[in-house]
Design a protein around this ligand. Structure first.
Ligand code: FES
Length: 312
């Protein structure tokens, strides 16, 4: 970005100034729209808060940066020029980077990517940020010209690789800081905080003794390790066990004893007492865990024949 000599020919001071102001106003409007789309995601997507708190907090910072730099750009503050491009780069990197963290949230990368790209606000943010970068490249001539000019106050415009990286580092640091705060897990966060009720004294690997189960009262257990499930004795004496990870985007469903159903806190999917789907957006039942009972009546999990999207 520093080879000013190549690009400043054929334009006047006034056209460079007015050209850059127009581009900045446009970039400002785009970043404000991007901030609005991010705010919509934060307000409507429960999985952000329930499943991936660090992503939610990171997105809060991205939205704040977009609004701040967007407003400055809208009013053609030249000091916002490089930060606006850095904000767009950071937003794109973070959004695409989110996808590869899928295994951390029990999902395959493909499943998580399909979910994210299915969100119009997510797609809109990517497009808006990409357009900001295109505008940044398109206005390079004006920026280079103004970066070479010196007024009484100094350079008309900061336009250097170093300045860009400084902004990128500052924004990235802010996002990393708030994302780190989320390493202190909230009690409501999904998954690993489930308290299991496996019997004291039961053989290794056993979930419970069948004779000690209360009909329609789930006993929680991990299988495989780290994956939450429920074992339920039906009124007719049969046993069922199923995963508690919602087959939509793998938030942990919660049992409501008043209606004997399992509801998902993220987007409202509902499953009956045996894990069968009652209401979407999930499209399939909770995965069944197969069971065996030993001669002493202890129940053991033996497999998950159709694990669905939430076991990696
Ligand atoms: S994760 Fe979306 S409804 Fe359960």
């Amino acid at each position: 970005m520093s080879e000013a000599g190549r690009s400043g020919k054929g334009i006047s001071k006034d056209s460079a100034r007015s050209g850059l102001s127009r581009v900045q106003a446009l970039i400002g409007a785009l970043l404000l729209s991007c901030g609005a789309a991010g705010s919509y995601l934060l307000a409507t997507d429960g999985s952000l808060w329930n499943l991936a708190l660090s992503h939610a907090l990171g997105l809060v910072m991205v939205v704040l940066v977009d609004f701040g730099v967007g407003l400055m750009s809208l009013f053609s503050r030249r000091s916002a020029y490089l930060p606006s491009l850095a904000a767009a780069v950071l937003g794109i990197v973070l959004q695409l980077g989110d996808i590869v963290t899928a295994p951390q949230y029990y999902q395959t990368v493909q499943h998580f990517a399909a979910y994210l790209f299915g969100l119009w606000a997510f797609d809109l943010m990517l497009v808006l940020q990409a357009v900001v970068l295109v505008l940044g490249v398109a206005s390079r001539r004006h920026a280079v010209y103004l970066a070479r000019r010196r007024s009484r106050k100094g350079k008309e415009l900061e336009y250097s690789r170093r300045g860009f990286l400084k902004s990128l580092g500052a924004f990235g640091g802010m996002v990393a800081f708030v994302a780190l705060l989320s390493s202190v897990k909230l009690p409501a966060s999904s998954g690993t905080s489930l308290s299991t009720t496996t019997e004291v004294g039961a053989p290794t690997g056993a979930i419970a003794k069948k004779s000690s189960l209360v009909p329609d009262t789930p006993v929680y257990f991990e299988y495989p390790s780290g994956y939450p499930n429920a074992l339920v004795l039906q009124k007719d004496g049969t046993l069922v066990a199923f995963s508690l990870l919602c087959t939509h985007v793998c938030c942990q469903v919660q049992y409501d004893p008043t209606v004997d159903e399992y509801g998902c806190p993220c987007h409202g999917s509902l499953f009956d007492a045996t894990g069968k789907l009652l209401r979407g957006p999930a499209a399939v039942d909770l995965p069944v865990v197969t069971l065996t009972t030993d001669a002493n009546g202890y129940v053991y999990p033996t497999g998950v024949p159709n694990p669905g999207p939430c076991q990696v």
